[in-house]
Design a protein around this ligand. Structure first.
Ligand SMILES: Nc1nc2c(ncn2[C@@H]2O[C@H](COP(=O)(O)OP(=O)(O)O)[C@@H](O)[C@H]2O)c(=O)[nH]1
Ligand SMILES: [Mg+2]
Length: 180
């Protein structure tokens, strides 16, 4: 059974997937790729896989600003899979003590932006190469365990039965125009 992991570029999707190698992930890179043709190709892959179904959706976001693009990618997944559980993994939380602080401080902003999650986890998946590797290794291990626990508490299969391609493209275009 596959887990959908989605979110913008460089937020940490692949890092999470590689640390949780016991699961199978389908990665959707959101709608912010510079080349719209790449976005369309990714979207058709997502639509196809959503028909087979996922056991959970993980929205990966980077700690910082809540963007229109985050809302758009969330709405696309929600539209395709109205009943799927969506959990949010916030990366780049290494400067917070405790790591969950930013998430707690911004809880009301998420719901105002339409980002409603079944659970939120604050994490760090910093690089395992370079001078900071030893610091990140410990945080990554702890973070991966939090994500694992969150997956096992929220797993529930859901598949897509119908979708409106025009609505999806409108969400993509609106978010891309706003980001400019
Ligand atoms: N400092 C820091 N770097 C991170 C964090 N999460 C991911 N990264 C780094 O960001 C880079 C891009 O991550 P990647 O998993 O490839 O992102 P993707 O594009 O969403 O798949 C990698 O070098 C990661 O190690 C984090 O929580 N903190
Ligand atoms: Mg990736």
């Amino acid at each position: 059974m596959t887990i959908l992991i989605f979110g913008g570029a460089e937020v940490g999707k692949s890092s999470i997937a590689s640390d949780l190698s016991e699961y199978k992930f389908f990665e959707f890179g959101g709608a912010d790729h510079t080349d719209i043709e790449v976005v369309k190709k990714e979207l058709s892959g997502l639509i196809f896989c959503a028909q087979q179904g996922f056991e959970l959706a993980i929205h990966v976001i980077r700690q910082g600003r809540i963007t229109k693009m985050m809302s758009a990618e969330y709405k696309i997944v929600r539209h395709l899979l109205p009943n799927i559980r969506i959990v949010c993994v916030v990366t780049h939380c290494e400067h917070n003590d405790p790591m969950i602080k930013w998430v707690q401080d911004n809880a009301s902003h998420f719901s105002k932006c339409g980002l409603v999650y079944d659970a939120m986890v604050a994490t760090c998946f910093g690089p395992l190469q370079g001078r900071m590797a030893h610091v990140f290794a410990e945080l990554r291990c702890e973070s991966a365990q939090h994500v694992r626990n969150c997956i096992s508490m929220n797993k529930s299969f859901s598949s897509s039965t119908s979708h409106d391609s025009r609505l999806i493209m409108k969400l993509v275009q609106d978010a891309r125009n706003m980001e400019k």
